[in-house]
Design a binder for this molecule. Structure first.
Ligand SMILES: [Zn+2]
Length: 209
């Protein structure tokens, strides 16, 4: 009598780190493949089906469809965008505070910028808190943007410039310190003259939104 059977063989194809939805943390994973094999006398001889891939968390051992790795990418990008938006609001606040005072028009402009960037209503209380935090840290707008903008994309840099321009021009005339900050931003944000001008021009369209 010939003993015939099947067995599932699992192999590790790749390793990496991902955002595990079970652990709600970044963990290492193994990308594994499982494939049924025909056995003769318990020895795998030929595969009898296609390989099925899955991702396994090294920590909690839960398994996922490989699409979980793309989700990681997406949620990662969303987190970066959220971080960017907070940083733009902080940058705009710092630009306004650069001349040492804040007027009613500037408060309104900052409220508009913050509400647009954070996609929710930012009231005066919240704006006041943002301003006092920014003031306490005593970081200059240019220095702040210089460090945080390293992770910004070209498109994000242009959007940040627009917000800062609107914040600085809320009073119509810019103070000398605000003009200097904005002039310096072209270099800090590594924008060409054309990109810089296009961004400023586009910021005028913010008003209608
Ligand atoms: Zn896990």
């Amino acid at each position: 009598m010939i003993l015939i059977g099947t067995i599932n063989l699992t192999r590790t194809r790749d390793r990496g780190s991902f955002f595990c939805p079970t652990c709600v943390l970044n963990q290492t994973y193994r990308l594994r493949s499982r494939r049924p094999w025909l056995t003769l006398y318990f020895i795998p001889t030929v595969p009898v089906g296609g390989a099925e891939f899955f991702v396994q968390c090294d920590h909690c051992r839960s398994t996922w469809d490989p699409s979980v790795l793309e989700m990681d990418q997406q949620s990662h990008e969303q987190a970066l965008e959220d971080e960017f938006r907070d940083q733009v609001v902080r940058s705009s606040v710092l630009v306004v505070l650069a001349d040492g005072n804040i007027s009613e028009n500037e408060i309104l402009a900052l409220q508009k910028i913050a509400s647009r960037m954070l996609e929710r209503v930012v009231d005066r209380d919240e704006l006041g808190r943002l301003c006092s935090i920014a003031q306490q840290n005593q970081i200059e707008a240019s220095n702040y943007v210089l460090t945080v903008s390293r992770r910004w994309s070209k498109e994000q840099r242009a959007r940040a410039l627009q917000a800062m321009f609107l914040a600085a021009s809320a009073e119509g005339d810019m103070s000398k310190s605000q003009l200097e900050i904005l002039a310096k931003m072209r270099e800090t944000l590594e924008l060409s003259d054309a990109e810089y001008e296009a961004a400023i021009e586009e910021s005028l369209g913010w008003e209608s939104v």
